[in-house]
Design a protein around this ligand. Sequence first.
Ligand code: DNO
Length: 361
Amino acid sequence: MQMGFRWYGEGNDKIPLSYIKQIPGVTTIVWALHHKLPGEIWETAEIAEVQKQLEPYGFNMDVVESVNVHDDIKIGLPTRDKYIENYIQTIRNLAPFGVKVICYNFMPVFDWTRTDLFHPLPDGSTALYYEAEKIKEEPREMADYILKEEEENGMTFPGWEPERMAHLGELFRAYKGVTKEKLWDNLKYFLEKLMPVCHECDIKMAIHMDDPPWDIFGLPRLMINAEAVDHLLSMVDDPYNCLTLCSGSLNANPENNVAAIVRKHCDRIAFAHIRNVKHFDNGDFSEVSHRNCDGETGILDILRAYHDCGFQGYIRPDHGRHLWGEGPENCRPGYGLYDRALGIMYMLGAWDLMDKEDAEK
Ligand code: DNO
């Protein structure tokens, strides 16, 4: 496995690359051009700028998270072909920089959804939290909460771009009639257009799991369980059609067994996200530390499954708690420095021990 760390870019992420360099084992910066709206072409000069920032630290830029997909592609509008052309051009522009994996999602309108971005935990830290009761039919309240957080703290969150949220009503109307079946068809259409270019450029498309893994605000969600993963991989049965297997997204539904998916589809997992979740009886869930016993995601079983399968792909600690002075004023929700660094050490500890045990067998 190859260890990555998500970084939001110079001037956009308060964590300096020099700090990330001090975390053992990190070779890959998981990056993106966060100023780009879905549908725009990523220009070579802009990508070269990031390369210039990473090079002095010896980090590679193999994994992009994410090149976001324009809503017209998800809805299946006639304009989708233009946006698919742009996506293809972005893939071509990324290839010369050694990019190997593009993480993306196919969730209608919203990306990840949480009701509290800095929820207090009993140990005094804060973490992302989902209160089931707060997710109503009408999304405006939720969108306004996220927009307020963005505005107050001078940052925008991918998938919650103020430019898009300003047209929420229009977006919802455009999705009327997009059933789950249609959404699958539109995903297939998109991937089939991309696959020849992915082969040519040696770049894998790695779809992220839907977060949370169930329909919200009356919008259909696809990547919600093992059956959906099977369907995606067989619908476009191509080694470049891959997964970003996000353990925490899937395990928000405690019925999902992520380790079993790893064992079944390891060769199609290009990118692994390790996140731990604790569930409550009323349907709420909280994100917690990566330590196995702090949540119910089965982090050790998942790592064991990756190790048993000889996983060669990229992996990163996903959301962490906010610790030691991290809060809304200085930290992106879920993306502080400390807990993700602790997460890496936990993952490497387990991995090194499994390596050692294997070597001694
Ligand atoms: C949130 C992330 C997601 C993820 C996208 C992938 O922290 O897990 O925003 O990057 O869904 O496109």
